[in-house]
Design a protein around this ligand. Sequence first.
Ligand code: S3P
Length: 170
Amino acid sequence: MKNIVLTGFMGAGKTTIGKLLSEKLSFPFFDTDKIIEQNANMSIPEFFEKLGEKEFRNYETEVVKLLSGTDGCVISCGGGIVLNKTNMDLLSRNGIIVYLKASIDTILKRVSSNKERPLIVAMENPKAEIEKLFNKRKQFYQRHNFSFDVDNLTPDTIVTNIINAVKDIL
Ligand code: S3P
């Protein structure tokens, strides 16, 4: 069995969709941010504050290395995992890469009041800066096997769409 690997910008719903997808398929669920928080014994904002983004990215790659050895799992990735080609090469080995595509408006609605995302909290003008970051990352999110729009859709509908698309190649 292959893994289903969820990518997408912050606020695209990777964790919510990932959990539901794992329940529907009876696949174990892993969330890279949660693993980092558990292993490092600190929250993501704390990690960024104490050790910095560079160290966070190194840690992410270590987690990806571990998870790339699994099969038949649903893996929700932190929004920046796609930036590192090694991460994507590893995850693609035994994974179907599923991009959850949210519009800037949806992202803004979901993340602007959220204190759990250090990259957003540090922004002085969230709308303009999210747009800039999103545009810079767009090319990296292109690396996927399937892409699903998530705007105005319920988690149930999105999960059904994903299952229908991947079921024959799992
Ligand atoms: C990040 C996204 C976050 C988390 C960290 C960095 C990013 O995960 O990994 O704050 O660079 O986009 P979510 O996408 O789950 O919010």
